[in-house]
Design a protein around this ligand. Structure first.
Ligand code: ATP
Ligand code: MG
Length: 446
């Protein structure tokens, strides 16, 4: 087994060897290299102590000195070099009470979560695979290093990590892993939202985001996403749907473009359906107002997950308008109105609607996709002709209106909004002279 190590990583390894220490690449980069994938980052493990590592390199950052990690900078890229360590006792189920530096690589590999993540390599020793990681890569199995129950009792996050690696690689969970998660899923509640969210986003943006179903089946979503469990038991009886709410969410995530904002939107877009369910006399299910309520619920959920404000704003807006244009014929004006609401995220809305349609029944699917296609072509025209759909593209601004003697304040805002309405109705009106004249007339009415 030969792994092609980048020049900068080799430089770091050699420098540590020259000082008389051992060093290996370890974890994800070994796993990905074996699979022929380009690793995201290269981690190094060594018996040199953190301060000894620091001494060897000119530019370093003390990333986690007490955990043994020094980041060595090469150009703009940082490489984490971590001293062999064991993690001692975990009395709280999320982090070790104290970490201890140890002299042996084996001890370090033993503390790692899964066999496929517990291999090390350097060009002198070749591949170090003490727990059958290669075999599990061949068989496509996520297996713990040691007993699953013990490893999950040390750090409960590992249960969600198991599902996220299964999703990343399209693997199955070893039965010991699966059974232990089912038994212990609730203990995930001691883990911080930030750590859970990191794994959830990696799961969603993996090649198999539909494997979130595994997180549901094993009881993990019940801990950090109980709204989803409710969706999983809400049926839909409607010609447009062939799945229940939860399965529709999963299918829409699966079929959507691999983008963080889009995948989060798909996961949450119908989250208010269980709350808005009504059944008519024919037995048909309806969910009036689910998009608006969904945006509100999504905001709470995303805040609970500690996502950043920009992500929250964009996802919630996409959810609020995810039914925009449904059942209405496409017109240039309708598209301009949509762009006004969605701003630069209009193309994302088109993708959200496409994924939503493809996760519904086949009833009228061709018609729905054809309308969406029209929206898309009309949007291209708007872009090409640089048609105005927002205040920033309006031929007049607040200053121009103030020059007309309109005082700054809500009245001025209202006039600008009304001028934009006019231009969205008829783009040829986006001329300074025309708009100033119209503003002059509105001035007295407002
Ligand atoms: P990815 O490239 O998808 O991030 P990765 O394997 O690099 O995958 P990281 O979360 O970056 O995953 O972790 C790096 C390595 O550290 C893992 O491969 C594993 O060996 C070890 N590791 C990380 N988190 C844990 C944990 N909670 N428990 C045990 N070992 C862990
Ligand atoms: Mg990593």
């Amino acid at each position: 087994m030969n792994i092609n190590i980048p020049e900068d990583v080799n430089y770091i390894l050699e420098k540590i060897f020259d000082a008389g220490f051992d060093a290996y690449i370890v974890g994800g980069c070994v796993r990905d290299s074996v699979l022929g994938k380009e690793p995201d980052d290269w981690d190094i493990t060594t018996n040199a102590l953190p301060l000894q590592v620091k001494d060897l390199f000119r530019r370093t950052v003390d990333t986690g000195l007490q955990h043994g990690t020094i980041t060595v900078m090469r150009g703009n890229t940082g490489y984490e070099v971590t001293t062999y360590r064991t993690d001692g006792v975990y009395s709280d189920g999320r982090h070790p009470d104290k970490v201890t530096f140890v002299p042996s690589l084996e001890e370090d590999l033993k503390r790692r979560d899964f066999t496929i993540n517990a291999m090390a390599y350097n060009s002198r020793a070749g591949l170090i695979d003490l727990f059958g990681g290669m075999q599990d890569l061949k068989d496509g199995i996520i297996r713990c290093v040691g007993k699953a129950e013990e490893r999950f009792s040390e750090d409960a996050l590992r249960m969600l990590r198991a599902v996220r690696f299964a999703a990343k690689l399209g693997y199955v969970l070893d039965t010991d892993v699966y059974d232990s998660i089912r038994k212990r899923a609730e203990t995930l509640s001691v883990v911080s939202a930030e750590r859970i969210t990191t794994e959830l986003i990696k799961l969603l943006t993996s090649d198999h985001p539909e494997m979130i179903r595994l997180a549901y089946e094993t009881g993990l979503t019940a801990v950090f996403f109980p709204e989803f469990d409710k969706a999983m038991t809400t049926e839909q009886n409607h010609p447009h749907h062939m799945y229940g709410v939860g399965d529709h969410l999963i299918e829409s995530v699966r079929i959507s473009q691999n983008d963080r904002i889009i995948r989060l939107t798909m996961l949450l877009h119908d989250i208010a359906k269980p709350e808005t369910l009504t059944i008519d006399t024919e037995g048909i299910t309806h969910f009036y107002g689910h998009a608006t309520l969904g945006a509100e619920m999504a905001e709470k959920i995303l805040r609970r997950w500690k996502l950043d404000n920009d992500t929250i704003r964009r996802v919630c807006r996409l959810i609020k308008y995810h039914d925009l244009g449904k059942g209405v014929p496409c017109s240039p004006k309708a598209v301009r109105k949509g762009v006004r609401l969605m701003e630069e995220d209009f193309p994302l809305l088109l993708e959200v609607e496409r994924a939503d349609i493809l996760a519904q029944s086949t009833y009228m699917r061709e018609e729905k996709l054809a309308t969406l296609e029209q929206f898309s072509s009309e949007y291209e025209i708007i872009l090409k002709e640089k048609q105005c759909c927002s205040l920033k593209d309006l031929a007049v601004n607040g200053k121009d209106l103030m020059a007309l003697g309109i005082n700054p304040g809500p009245g001025l805002g209202k006039i600008l909004g009304a001028l934009l309405d006019k231009v969205i109705d008829d783009p040829s009106l986006n001329e300074k002279e025309i708009l100033l004249k119209a503003a002059g007339e509105m001035k007295d009415e407002i």
